[in-house]
Design a protein around this ligand. Sequence first.
Ligand code: SF4
Length: 369
Amino acid sequence: MNPELYPQSFRRKLLSWYRRHRRDLPWRHTNDPYRIWISEVMLQQTTVAAVIPYYRKWLQRFPNVTALSKAPLQSVLSVWQGLGYYQRARNLHAASRIIVERHQGRIPADYSTLIKLPGFGPYTTAAVLSIAFDLPYPVLDANVRRVGMRLRALRTASTAKSDKLLIDVLTPLLPHNHIGQFNQALMELGSLVCRSQDPSCLVCPVIEFCKAYSAGLQEIIPPPKRQTFKRISAVIAVIEKEGKYLIQQRPPTGLLAGLWEFPGGKLEPGETPEQALKRELEEELGVLLTDQDLQLHPRNLKHLITVKHAYTQFQVTLHAYSCRLTELPPLKKSKYRWVTLKGMQRFPFPSGSAKVIRFLQNQKRPASL
Ligand code: SF4
């Protein structure tokens, strides 16, 4: 059966399945556009289980657009810390300020206005408008894309052209009301039943509409993407003075912009972590550590831990060393801070550095009796 020819039957089956099987998630108890917006942005590239505690904490700290707009960016990034893709948090903050300044703190229920706000791409705009305002915009996230490609048995890689085709297919399928529920039902179907691997076709409510299933193609649609994952090794210096640690802020633009970290940097080709650390300390802080120094005082440079973390397009291996430095040249206050381990909670760190902080906290914790 073609869903375009039997849209009512398709909707009825999908929505009735959704009402019986949907997960009880905190953002499904509200029509508040602000809460829908926050959940949709958090859910991009992140699992539902990971988002729930962040969503709750965020709403406690920033319960509405005005509260978010008044918060300093550093507080916003701190609450976001660990969710990754920090640009999303920056965009939420920037958009909240525009909404307060130009729209009296109300999220505009209009596609052309909303899509101009920072972070509002076609997906977020359609999701907020359909779920919060019940406006007729289909959503196309990874789950819906997969369901749509399978329903239509599209064997091509996902492209702008195939997305346009799917939007054209989905638009006439939208119901007259409960549009947000219809969109969420498609997303939920992709997440729970029409999974990328091992789809549960036999319990699928729309199996009779699925061309991929009837042709036995559901396992190979969509074709797998080839992932290029860059690997980076970096070294960091944990410099402690009277219970405080030296941290520095990353530049305001570029990779992990504006976050805080321990001094250090990437290994050059052929360098050992120790050689890289000496070079970085000299280049960044103006501290000269000679080989002789290290041989005479080997405890000046001690390996603490090596952690790995995968970011969007690269994986980093971080070698952390404690560095005992007797003297440091004067440091710019705007870029560097001395902070206790407890005080670090107020600063947003990339997840790799956060693992090193947790290691330091565990080390300081008194052993249980
Ligand atoms: Fe996906 Fe299978 Fe349902 Fe088709 S029948 S939409 S492949 S779960």
